[in-house]
Design a protein around this ligand. Sequence first.
Ligand code: ZN
Length: 142
Amino acid sequence: MIIDTARPSPKSKAVSERMRRVRTKRTAVENRARSVLRLEKVKYKGNVKTLPGSPDLVLKEFDLAIFVNGCFWHGCPRCYTPPKHNRKWWNKKIAGNRRRDRRVTRQLRAQGYSVVHLWEHDTDERMRVRIRCAVKRRLMTG
Ligand SMILES: [Zn+2]
């Protein structure tokens, strides 16, 4: 079976504008995560293409890979609602993204990495706590 994954044409200018903004927002949340890491004074690398899924942030010192997920694109269980137009296509697309997130997480863990997925809806404080916990766990388990 051939699955058509070609992007359907957006319903209107307003919709394509909304999609564009969603992507811009994702960059904003990445920047927030980066500033949290800077405040924690930990060294990190951004966009590590040599690892599965090109993690957004990697703390080599702790073998910790961090993904900063946009709630829409990664199908956040709390926030995702499919657009009304092309709903079926979007659901399939987002389900595919979630499958890829799970696969990449498994691959990274198999390589000895801890993996943390931060969400766009996370507050800076929540991001800080989750990163600290992951680092602490890592230090305890070696
Ligand atoms: Zn969310």
